[in-house]
Design a protein around this ligand. Structure first.
Ligand code: BES
Ligand code: MN
Ligand code: MN
Length: 453
């Protein structure tokens, strides 16, 4: 039997196994789920053993464990591919907006609905099944190493030191990751750029307690007003970020790249109406596609202050805080941006309040090679599986470890994703298209096969 027939024949069982994998609530940020995260890692370890990996290990970290496996029997003349993915998922709230419970996978309209379905369990699982099919019907055409972590959604905090400590063991020629979307339904893409992230929190402290707004109003700076004043100065009316030096290390989009952006099919009108906004707004001089993937951003993610219940309460809040995140592009550095942000916030804060700025976490941006053996194999695999040449795209999200593969392992990363933009990653009713699961297994099998040729 060839591997394609194997994939077809065992599809039903794959769905049952995927259901099991998706049922484990591996929410990495929630301390109460720590045991579930571990259980999920152990589930993967058992599964990889079952499909024929001999070296399979669960590596402890100060946080959640890392799953590592190897199958390096293709011989020294064959390349080594490191598959990376994450088995942790985002929290489920607001839970009341889910049609079905997030950890009871539900199949409807050709999709599986569950937290982690598209990000990233479904995409991890299609690689595992591709490897199973190859192992069961022929041999793995390349040496394969597998690295699946449980902390991606919290910034891969322990992965860098793990890779540093195990860099000989993780040595490889190419890294492959499936944790990005296709360009659109039926339109494969190879992602060559991911944004970084710098996630900050601003705490403004006013008086030592909440105050009657009649008795005290007018005599002190209200921390909520002060916070708004600070936030309003972070960006100008043209959508430019006003932090001094913010753009210093940005590699500008080249003329060629902008021309390629312009050729991608994109319907700004549909994008706008899909969001129910009166109009789009972004940094002057750039297109919407460039705004969401090729340019840095600064956005308030959350605001907290004062009375937020129904009706009116006449009160001056004692404190106010905001969560502000910046998406970064190559070659901005998250620590450098955090320092510039902190200095600027202090410099514009009114002297009549106290301000504290905290760096929550971050990730560095990455641009990967568009040529080379891995990209070539992926491009051929996607073309054969989808019947269409893949687009080269940049994505606005972040995968913190990608830059580490480049700097420590010195290996190029291939970002060959099978999700769809609107599969509600991080939101209620997250789902994964089962056609892309099926085609993805074929594409992944082809990718490993072409890598071995
Ligand atoms: N799979 C995403 C990254 C992604 C999202 C790539 C959209 C391309 C398009 C990943 O799981 C993710 O959510 N990353 C976080 C990283 C953060 C927690 C450091 C992100 O981008 O917010
Ligand atoms: Mn992901
Ligand atoms: Mn995610």
């Amino acid at each position: 039997m060839n591997y394609t027939d194997y994939l077809d024949l065992h599809h039903g069982r794959f769905i049952l196994e995927l259901t099991e994998f998706l049922s484990i609530p591996s929410v990495s940020t929630a301390p109460e789920h720590a045991a579930d995260v571990r259980k999920c890692g152990e589930w993967l370890v058992n599964h990889l053993r079952k499909i024929g990996f001999e070296t399979v290990e669960l590596h402890e970290t100060p946080g959640h464990p890392i799953v590592y496996a190897e199958h390096c029997h293709a011989g020294p003349d064959k390349p080594t591919v490191l598959f990376y993915g994450h088995y942790d998922v985002q929290p489920v709230d607001p839970i009341e907006l889910w049609t079905n419970p997030p950890f009871e996978p539900t199949y409807r309209d050709g999709k599986v609905f569950a937290r982690g379905a598209t990000d990233d369990k479904g995409q991890v699982f299609l690689h595992i099944k591709a490897m199973e099919a190859l192992l069961a019907t022929t041999v793995l055409p390349v040496n394969v190493k597998i690295l699946i972590e449980g902390e991606e959604e919290i910034g891969s905090i322990n992965l860098t030191s793990y890779i540093e400590q195990n860099k000989e063991r993780l040595a490889c020629d190419t890294v492959v990751v499936s944790d990005t979307p296709l360009y659109g339904p039926g339109l494969p893409s190879l992602c060559y750029g991911l944004r970084g992230l710098c996630y900050m929190e601003i705490h403004v402290q006013g008086p030592n307690r909440d105050l009657h707004s009649g008795s005290y109003g007018g005599s002190i700076t209200n921390p909520a007003n002060a916070l708004c004043e600070i936030i309003s100065k972070l960006k100008d009316s043209h959508g430019r970020i006003a932090i001094p030096g913010f753009y210093d290390d940005v590699i500008d989009l080249s003329v060629e790249e902008r021309a390629e952006y312009a050729k991608l099919p994109f319907d700004a009108e549909a994008f706008k109406s899909g969001l129910d906004v009166p109009s789009l707004f972004g940094e002057e001089g750039y297109t919407t596609l460039e705004h969401i993937s090729g340019r840095p951003t600064l956005d308030v993610n959350g605001l907290h202050s004062g009375f937020t219940g129904i009706g009116a309460k006449t009160v001056l809040p004692a404190k106010a805080s905001a969560k502000v995140s910046m998406r970064l592009v190559a070659n901005q550095d998250t620590e450098d941006i955090a320092a510039k942000f902190t200095d600027f916030v202090h410099s514009i804060a009114p002297p009549s309040i106290k301000v504290d700025v905290v760096n929550l976490h971050g990730a560095n941006p990455v641009l990967v090679e568009r040529t080379g053996k891995g990209m070539h194999a992926a491009s051929k695999a996607l073309k054969d599986a989808y019947g269409k040449e893949p687009y080269f795209t940049r994505e606005g999200g972040s995968i913190p470890v990608c830059i580490i593969f480049d700097t420590i392992l010195k290996a190029p990363t291939v970002l060959m994703g099978f999700g769809l933009q609107d599969e509600n990653a991080h939101s209620p009713d997250e789902h994964f298209d089962l056609d892309n699961f099926t085609i993805g297994m074929k594409a992944a099998s082809l990718f490993y096969t072409y890598m071995g040729e």
